[in-house]
Design a protein around this ligand. Structure first.
Ligand code: SF4
Ligand code: SF4
Length: 367
C-alpha cells in the first residue's frame, strides 16, 4: 500500500463552485439547504460552517477541491466493519463543519476558520485538487474506496458527489462519515453515490446536541440516519461515550434500542472512547469498563454486532480503533512488536495487552 500522493505538478485553477442546494428566499437573500442549519444569507455573508458564501445572490462553496487532511488506512478504522472488510480507503476531509463539538479533535482540519477566511478573501495558497485528481491519487495509492471524513461531508457535498461519480466509474466505493445533521434533499442526492454511511449518534438528549449546534435535535439526527438506511445506503452507527455527558445506562440503552428498532438487530453499533480535547480537556478519557458496559447493554437489547473500542493498541495510537482492525493477521503482532498505529513506526512500542499475553490466541475478540 502506497502513501497517498497528489500530482500537483500542474495544479488546476481554484474556483468557487455554486452551492448544490440553494434557493432564493427574498429579494436579497438565498438559502443553503445542504444541512439543517438552512442558512439564509445576504450578499457577502457566509453560513454557519463558513464554507458557503453569498456573492450577489448566488451561493458558492469555498472549500470545493480544498483538502485539509488525507490518509490511507483500513475501512475498519472509520469505523465500518460490515462493508468490504479488509479493504483500504483513502480518507479525505475539508474545512468547515456544521457542529462545534466541545471535544473536537480536528479543529484545524475541520472548522478551519483561518483557512476558510483566506479562501473567502482570495488569499489562500492551498492546493486545489479536482475530483479526477483525487480519484487518481486513490487508485495510485492502491485503495479500494474513498472516505469523506474529518469534518461533516454535507458541507462540501458538491465535491463529494463529483468525486463519487468518477470513483464509482473506476470501481471504488464511497464512505461518508457524518453527524447526520443533514437535509432530506441532501440525503436524496447521496443515493447511488454513497455506499456507506457511518453516522454518529452522540446522545438521546436534545440539550447535548444544542450545546454543539443550537438548531439540532435528536429527532432530526435520527430521522436522517433512518432515511439513509431506507435509501439503501449501508449504515453503521457510532457513539463516542463521554464521561458525565452521555454515559448513563438509560441513555446508552436507548441508543442501542433505537438502532435495533430502526436499523435492525444486525446493524453494527460502535462504542468508542472519548479522549480529552479542546473545551473538554478537563473531562477524563472514558474508562474501559464504561465502554464494555455500554457494549454489553447493546447486546442485551438484542444488537448482534456491537463493537467496543476499549483497546486502541498502545498509549500513543491516535485512533481508538482496535488492534485487529489494523492487522487482520494479528497473531503475528507479538512477534513483530509493531505499533497498531503509525505513531511509533516499526520499532515502536509493543502493544501492552499483547506484551502481557505471550499466547495471542488467548486474547478474546474485540467484538
Ligand atoms: S452547509 Fe449548512 S451550515 Fe453551511 S451554509 Fe449550508 S446550511 Fe449553512
Ligand atoms: S461533528 Fe466532528 S468535526 Fe464537526 S465539530 Fe463535531 S467532532 Fe468536530
Amino acid at each position: 500500500m502506497k502513501a497517498p500522493v497528489l500530482d500537483i505538478e500542474s495544479p488546476a485553477v481554484y474556483r468557487l463552485m455554486p452551492t448544490r442546494l440553494q434557493e432564493k428566499i427574498g429579494e436579497d437573500k438565498t438559502r443553503c439547504n445542504l444541512c439543517l442549519w438552512r442558512c439564509g444569507l445576504h450578499h457577502g455573508q457566509r453560513g454557519f460552517c463558513q464554507a458557503h458564501v453569498n456573492r450577489n445572490g448566488t451561493l458558492y462553496n469555498l472549500s470545493y477541491g480544498i483538502i485539509s487532511a488525507m490518509d490511507v488506512g483500513p475501512i475498519e478504522a472509520k469505523p465500518v466493519r460490515h462493508y468490504r472488510p479488509g479493504t483500504q480507503v483513502l480518507s479525505v476531509g475539508s474545512y468547515g463543519c456544521s457542529f462545534r463539538c466541545g471535544g473536537c479533535h480536528n479543529l484545524e482540519i475541520s472548522w478551519g476558520t483561518d483557512a476558510l477566511d483566506q479562501l473567502a478573501r482570495g488569499e489562500s495558497r492551498a492546493a486545489f485538487v479536482p475530483a479526477e485528481q483525487l480519484v487518481k491519487a486513490a487508485i495510485d495509492s492502491g485503495v479500494q474506496g474513498i472516505a469523506f471524513t474529518y469534518s461533516e461531508p454535507a458541507v462540501w457535498l458538491e465535491y463529494v458527489l463529483d468525486v463519487a461519480e468518477i470513483a464509482h466509474q473506476q470501481g471504488l466505493y464511497i464512505v461518508y462519515v457524518s453527524n447526520s445533521f443533514v437535509t432530506d434533499e441532501a440525503l436524496s442526492l447521496l443515493k447511488g453515490k454513497v455506499d456507506v454511511l457511518c453516522s454518529d449518534i452522540k446522545s438521546m438528549d436534545d440539550s447535548f446536541y444544542q450545546r454543539i449546534c443550537a438548531r439540532a435535535s435528536v429527532a432530526e439526527v435520527l430521522a436522517s440516519i433512518k432515511k439513509a438506511h431506507e435509501l439503501g445506503i449501508h449504515v453503521e452507527t457510532r457513539t463516542n461515550v463521554i464521561p458525565g455527558y452521555n454515559d448513563n445506562e438509560d441513555e446508552l440503552r436507548a441508543i442501542a434500542q433505537w438502532v435495533k428498532d430502526n436499523l435492525g438487530p444486525q446493524s453494527p453499533w460502535h462504542v468508542t472512547r472519548f479522549y480529552p480535547a479542546y473545551r473538554m480537556a478537563d473531562v477524563p478519557a472514558t474508562p474501559v469498563e464504561t465502554l464494555q458496559r455500554a457494549a454489553e447493554m447493546g447486546r442485551q437489547v438484542g444488537l448482534e454486532n456491537v463493537y467496543d473500542y476499549s483497546d486502541k493498541g498502545c498509549d500513543c495510537a491516535d485512533e481508538n480503533a482496535p488492534v485487529s482492525s489494523y492487522l487482520p493477521g494479528w497473531t503475528s503482532l507479538h512477534e513483530v512488536k509493531k505499533c497498531a498505529d503509525s505513531c511509533c513506526g516499526d520499532d515502536g512500542i509493543l502493544l501492552k495487552r499483547y506484551e502481557r499475553e505471550a499466547n495471542p490466541s488467548s486474547v478474546s475478540e474485540v467484538k
